[in-house]
Design a protein around this ligand. Sequence first.
Ligand code: FAD
Length: 263
Amino acid sequence: MNIVVCIKQVPGTSQMEIDETTGVLKRDGAAAKINPYDLYGLEAALRLRETYGETVTAVTMGPPQAEVMMKEAYMMGVDDAYVFTDRVFAGADVLATSYTLAQGITSVCGDFDIIVCGKQTTDGDTAQVGPAMAEYLHIPCAAWVSEIGEIRGDTIMVGQDFVNVKQRAAMKLPCLITVEKDLYTPRLPSYRLKAASKDRSVHMITFADFKDQVKEHYGLKGSATSVERIFPPETHDGQIYMTGTVPEMAEELADLFSARKYI
Ligand code: FAD
């Protein structure tokens, strides 16, 4: 079973700088860490390999510094690691990010049986990249997977948790899943693998390696949306905290609304 796992570097700090011209985050040089949700995807991919054999390939789109994260992925046990990095990819929104990942995978990773993504990221937080990639790759997708069942022949069983509804689904391979946190407990990097992978290189893949050579399909130009303005939310003072019994607080609230002429 050839498994591709998508992992993303996210800011390791809330003190991010914003490019005032383009309105996007300046990720180059900022402290970064692996998206916490992707640790569950990584764990799921490694367990699938432990059960069904063959390889786990980690891929990411991001600045060159994402190489450090991929070395960490080697320490967790992935077999191969690719960073899709090029100025052409910069400024991508969800659409362009999904397209770049889909193109990168088909251009350099070869045949795959399953792509595993995290449920969402802690920065962009849209939870759309996985399903959008599946669309570009014309493969079935199950999001919010909270249980991975057996694979029999070319079919995988998955359980999905939609909060109010749980669903079990059978899906044909090749397919894509985005996994919930708590699916498994992610493993820690291993000292043995750290020593063994210390000289392993990460494949740094640029636009020139991609099959689709139309620059307009990537980055800012390939994005359907653009950021108008990014700003920290305004803070409000003047909150009123009420204490007492429910009737007392209700009366106080009614007096307040009345004084402000809301009622
Ligand atoms: P989600 O959909 O929440 O992620 C789900 C899963 O998809 C992840 O758990 C992971 O497994 C996978 N995944 C997501 N992104 C990646 C990735 N890059 N590599 C590997 N796997 C991934 N970001 C910038 O860095 N620079 C920009 O200039 C920029 N411009 C933007 C402009 C707009 C208009 C918008 C809307 C966003 C922009 N972003 C930019 C943010 C960027 O589009 C998102 O970070 C990206 O689309 C991923 O979306 P997400 O973080 O919501 O991922």
